[in-house]
Design a protein around this ligand. Structure first.
Ligand SMILES: Cc1cc2nc3c(=O)[nH]c(=O)nc-3n(C[C@H](O)[C@H](O)[C@H](O)COP(=O)(O)O)c2cc1C
Length: 209
């Protein structure tokens, strides 16, 4: 766990996801439930509610991501994205193995912030999950894409990625989701394996856009 030394406050967790038809949201809710049961303070965020800024609104300063609010992408009081110890990202895979635009824009704003915190020694930890359909050749590639972006920036990331076939309530996958969340919680307590993750990222085939 990368909480502040000497801090006894429960870790604050943001579970940020994108979901078009509900499968990834359901998975996010199960994960959030497990982490909350462990005493963590968990917030769920549908990143499509944060809104996608138009090109001319796109922030030159990544801090501005805090100010995006609502589907129109208008600025407002904002969704507070800083101040979490743990970030869990979830996405469906779209198109031909693609990361949905909403999550791509969200990460483009947030990851520089997390990277800076890591450089300042205030890093949190992260993890990635997603749902897909194995009928597609690029099954759950969005998970790999997010993982690649996190580890490339040196953000401590749980090496075990979670990939779920459609709804977690199908195929008896709820137990799989819960077990993953349990292992992630355990991993947080121990040392992070940034090196492992970074090594995996260095062999990744994904190109950063
Ligand atoms: C147009 C379209 C393209 C898709 N492409 C992929 C894909 O490349 N890889 C994959 O694993 N799943 C793919 N899927 C399946 C979805 O990722 C899967 O149904 C997912 O669980 C939907 O999540 P959601 O309910 O959270 O929106 C695709 C689905 C649609 C409708």
């Amino acid at each position: 766990m990368k909480a502040e030394p000497g801090s006894s406050a429960p870790p604050k967790v943001l579970v940020a996801y994108v979901s078009y038809s509900g499968n990834t949201r359901e998975t996010a809710e199960i994960i959030a439930g497990v982490l909350a049961e462990k005493g963590m303070e968990v917030a769920l965020l549908d990143v499509s509610e944060v809104g996608i800024p138009s090109e001319d609104e796109a922030p030159s300063d990544p801090q501005d991501v805090r100010e995006f609010k609502g589907n129109s992408g208008t600025r407002g009081t904002g969704v507070p994205l800083e101040g979490y110890d743990v970030y869990v990202f979830g996405a469906l895979t779209w198109g031909d193995g693609e990361l949905p635009e909403e999550m791509r824009v969200f990460l483009r704003g947030l990851l520089p912030l997390l990277e800076r915190r890591f450089e300042e020694g205030r890093a949190g930890t992260s993890a990635v999950f997603g749902t897909g359909d194995s009928i597609f050749p690029r099954f759950c590639w969005a998970v790999d894409i997010i993982f690649h972006h996190l580890t490339k920036r040196g953000i401590p990331t749980f090496p075990e990625k979670l990939k779920i076939e459609q709804s977690p309530y199908g195929l008896g996958q709820v137990a799989k989701v819960k077990a993953w969340a349990e292992r992630f919680a355990e991993w947080m307590q121990g040392s992070t394996t940034v090196e492992d993750a970074a090594q995996e990222a260095s062999t990744s085939k994904f190109v950063v856009k």
